[in-house]
Write a protein that binds this ligand. Sequence first.
Ligand SMILES: NC(=O)c1ccc[n+]([C@@H]2O[C@H](COP(=O)([O-])OP(=O)(O)OC[C@H]3O[C@@H](n4cnc5c(N)ncnc54)[C@H](OP(=O)(O)O)[C@@H]3O)[C@@H](O)[C@H]2O)c1
Length: 308
Amino acid sequence: MTEEDNWLNKIEMGVGAWAWGDRWFWGFGGKYHEKDVQEAFEASLNAGIRLIDTAEAYAQGESERLVGKFVHNSSERFYIATKFMPFPWRLGKGTLKRSLRNSLERLGMEKVDLYQMHWPIPPISIENWMNRMAEVHQAGLVDGIGVSNYDRTQTQRAFEELTRLGIRLASNQVEYHLLDRRIEKSGLLKQCQELGIRVIAYSPLAQGLLTGKYSAQIPPRGVRGSRVTKTTLEKLQGLIAQMRKIGVLHGDKTPAQVALNWVICKGALPIPGAKNQAQAVQNAGALGWRLSEEAIELLDDAADKVSG
Ligand SMILES: NC(=O)c1ccc[n+]([C@@H]2O[C@H](COP(=O)([O-])OP(=O)(O)OC[C@H]3O[C@@H](n4cnc5c(N)ncnc54)[C@H](OP(=O)(O)O)[C@@H]3O)[C@@H](O)[C@H]2O)c1
């Protein structure tokens, strides 16, 4: 695949499907159900969003099952990205291909557009995994090969091994949003851009924090709530206020739309999760406009005051 062929470069935003079916972290089956996520899917489709990100690990395969079901009921062409989890006990040579076949079965597809190595987990080396990825690519089961949560060195190793095999590394999916700018600071974003690797930004709304609906008084519930401190929630309000001001100046955009547009302006591809129609519609409103340079600088400064 050449850089021009990297279809990911033509995609501005996708939708993340981790919450579709996930009870433990996101509470599927409580306040939202299959009907809600189906409506989120349809709203994304209506807004022109065609990339869906899922993983075998999401809801023990239920996310892939739901994605497959929704996509099959639609006549549109979708780009489906899923992931392989290299658990340390997955040592056998055929595990990746077997896992991929299981994903394909749940998705009801013969091929996925993007197959990503979910995490860099030892003991199998990156080079070894890339060889196994190359095998399923050559077998016609996956189009693009991606990695996820890879740092600079790991990305370079994956890129070089695939290049040696005549394949371009299509993407690196990493956490990236206003409250987590490690990839800017470490140089990973720049490195990927220079190598023609599309950066896919996960949790681009900081798992809901950047929508402006959470505060020290109204923290996120469940597992998510236990991962964020009261101090962060208090400091966050300054950033949210700045996002609201900037949103007004850009045609009444919401904090969520400002957060997603910021990611796009930085040259990455956000894949916000949406649990229902309203969230998907709002997130799609991040497309079709651009934050000014000045606004980006103001947001960077305000974000630094929250996360340092
Ligand atoms: N590769 C990896 O290791 C990895 C890790 C994490 C995620 N991901 C991928 O990235 C995708 C997105 O990340 P994420 O789901 O962790 O976080 P996110 O996209 O930052 O946040 C999604 C959550 O924010 C809330 N939300 C979304 N849109 C909203 C809106 N417009 N208004 C108000 N609330 C809104 C919803 O939760 P509430 O309504 O409950 O607040 C939603 O579930 C995942 O679905 C997955 O595909 C990948």
